[in-house]
Structure formats: structure tokens, C-alpha cells
Design a binder for this molecule. Structure first.
Ligand code: UTP
Length: 298
């Protein structure tokens, strides 16, 4: 069966970004001039996804507005002859994918957010994409997972090697031998293990290809770590009845879900953006010199 659908859960509280996330979704934080969720939607589109369900919640209305048309703005841009900006604005409404929305009434966990997509998914294999992680590689990571599915007809979860001291922030896999250059068999999936208990340094990153049987498990899934319905726990159960593989991602991952990662990503993208790259580069070089002098004085 062709993989055509994706879910973007975006109903979390974004507490790591307070106070900005009090009234604004963290998924709308800009990387230079584009909200993170638009990068995710574009990755889905470039991977051949046709239908996307965004799971939203309170204070998340601006996500829907962003992908909607804005006739007043468009008219103004047209009248003032700002042709390029008009094109840019209209492109967002015509990205070439169908967007659907549903709400998660309480942020009861990622597993609970995904469960709300059951009837949307309607028995097909599907992709989950988290807005916290921006991925770049020659072939989009979502497409890499779809390519896996076309070979193995099973779930594949994206993982990446992370520094050992950081494993407790992630879901981690206990690998059980490689089956190809990129794919591992997995013995177990563990949500946020203590550093000393982590079965490996291969952490789950924000892209999953799942078979629809995950919903039968989520339906009865009990709250796990942090009192939340954990997707990782459901994946671990799924792996007991059908094989779930781990796909090792070797491209670049930008973790924009925490302040430091967000700032670093903004600088890296700013150094590539045609409108900012030259001035930003000059500024960073100057700033580097100044900081070096300051640290010598100390
Ligand atoms: P995170 O844990 O990274 O997001 O969940 P968060 O809860 O919003 O952020 P912090 O930890 O409080 O700072 C990963 C993704 O899953 C979504 C989030 O919106 C985020 O994109 N999510 C999480 C939901 O949609 N519902 C939930 O109940 C939990």
C-alpha cells in the first residue's frame, strides 16, 4: 500500500519555550522568516505525502491561519507591486498537499495525540513528523522511511547516534543486529531511560513510519513516563507482534525544541538565507573577535 498520509502532532504546551509559548504555538517559531511547521509540511510534500493531519490544541489557531489565504494582505501586495512577496504568500496556501486539522483537548502525551488520527489514517501505513526536529539530507528523511516501507512492508522509526550523556532526553532503542546498511532489528524501545540503563546511544528522532495496527495498541495504552500516553511504549508493544525496524539517519538534524538548538539553527539558516547571509556572516566574525578579546581579558 502506498504511504500517502502524515500526522503532525502540534498540541503540546511547549513549556521549554515559556513565556513565548503562553499564547503562541512553538510550531510557529520562525527560523529566520519561516515557521518551523512549514519546513515540516514541505518535507512531507517533497516526500510524496498527499494528506496531512495537524493535531492542534488551545492557542494554536495561528497554525491554521498560516496555511490559509490572507486576501487583504494579498490585495495590498498586489496593489503595491510587491510581486515576489505576493508569490511567496500565495505559495503557502498552494503547497500541493491537503491539510486537515483536529484538536487534542488535553496534552495527554504524544501517543494520545496520534490516537486522534485513527479515522484519518483509516487502515493505511502513515508517517508521524514532529515539529521539533528539522532534518536535512539529499533525500528527505520522510522519503527514506517510505523507501524502507516499500522494501520491508513494516514500521520503521528514525534514530540517530547521540552523545551518551543526552540519552535520557530521548526514546532509545535496544538494537538487535543490522539487516542493511541503514536498518536495525530492534529488541526494545525505551522512553527516556536513565543514562546508566540506556540500552544504546541510538535515540528516536522526530520521524516515524507506522503501520495502522499501532492504533489497536494505543486504544488500550496506559500512561507511562510523566503520566503521559507514550508513543514509544506503544511502539515497543507493536514490535512484539510485528517487526518494527530502526532506520539510522546520517543527515543533519536540527533540534529546534530547546532554546540553544533553536538559536543555533536560526544562525545556521541565517547564514544560508539570501537576504541575511552576507551581513550575518560579517556580524558573526566581528562578534567572534570581540568575544575572544573579552575572554582573554578575564
Ligand atoms: P514535546 O514534548 O517535544 O513538546 O513533544 P511539548 O510538550 O510541546 O514541549 P515541552 O517539552 O513542554 O517544551 C513532541 C511533539 O509532540 C506534540 C508537541 O506539540 C510536539 O510537537 N505533542 C506532545 C502533542 O501534540 N500532544 C501532547 O500531548 C504532547
Amino acid at each position: 500500500m502506498k504511504v500517502r498520509k502524515a500526522i503532525i502532532p502540534a498540541a503540546g504546551l511547549g513549556t521549554r519555550f515559556l513565556p513565548i509559548t503562553k499564547a503562541m504555538p512553538k510550531e510557529m517559531l520562525p527560523i529566520v522568516d519561516k515557521p518551523t511547521i512549514q519546513f515540516i509540511v514541505e518535507e512531507a510534500k517533497n516526500s510524496g505525502i498527499e494528506d496531512i493531519l495537524i493535531v492542534t490544541g488551545k492557542s494554536k489557531r495561528s497554525i491554521e491561519d498560516h496555511f490559509d489565504s490572507n486576501p487583504e494582505l494579498e490585495q495590498d501586495l498586489e496593489e503595491t507591486g510587491k510581486v515576489e512577496l505576493l508569490k511567496l504568500t500565495q505559495q503557502i496556501t498552494n503547497l500541493g498537499v491537503n491539510l486537515y486539522y483536529t484538536r487534542q483537548p488535553h496534552p495527554a502525551g504524544l501517543g494520545d495525540a496520534i490516537y486522534r488520527a485513527r479515522s484519518f489514517v483509516a487502515g493505511e501505513p502513515f508517517i508521524v513528523m514532529l515539529g521539533d526536529d528539522l532534518m536535512s539530507d539529499k533525500v528527505p528523511l520522510t522519503k527514506q522511511l517510505i523507501n524502507d516501507y516499500n522494501e520491508i512492508h513494516a514500521s520503521a522509526i528514525a534514530v540517530m547516534q547521540v552523545p551518551h550523556e543526552e540519552v535520557s532526553k530521548y526514546g532509545v532503542i535496544e538494537p538487535e543486529g543490522k539487516i542493511t546498511k541503514d536498518l536495525y532489528n530492534v529488541k526494545s524501545f525505551v522512553e527516556k531511560p536513565a543514562i546508566e540503563d540506556a540500552p544504546s546511544d541510538l535515540a528516536i528522532i522526530g520521524r516515524y513510519l507506522l503501520t495502522p495496527e499501532i492504533f489497536d495498541i494505543l486504544e488500550h495504552q496506559k500512561p507511562g513516563r510523566g503520566g503521559e500516553i507514550q508513543l514509544t511504549d506503544a511502539i515497543d508493544s507493536l514490535n512484539k507482534t510485528q517487526r518494527v525496524f530502526a532506520h539510522v539517519f546520517t543527515g543533519q538534524r536540527h533540534d529546534v525544541g530547546n532554546k540553544e538548538g533553536y538559536l543555533e539553527t536560526s544562525i545556521q539558516y541565517g547564514l544560508k538565507h539570501p537576504e541575511t547571509k552576507d551581513e550575518l556572516r560579517k556580524y558573526i566574525i566581528e562578534l567572534g573577535k570581540k568575544l575572544e578579546q573579552e575572554s582573554k581579558k578575564k
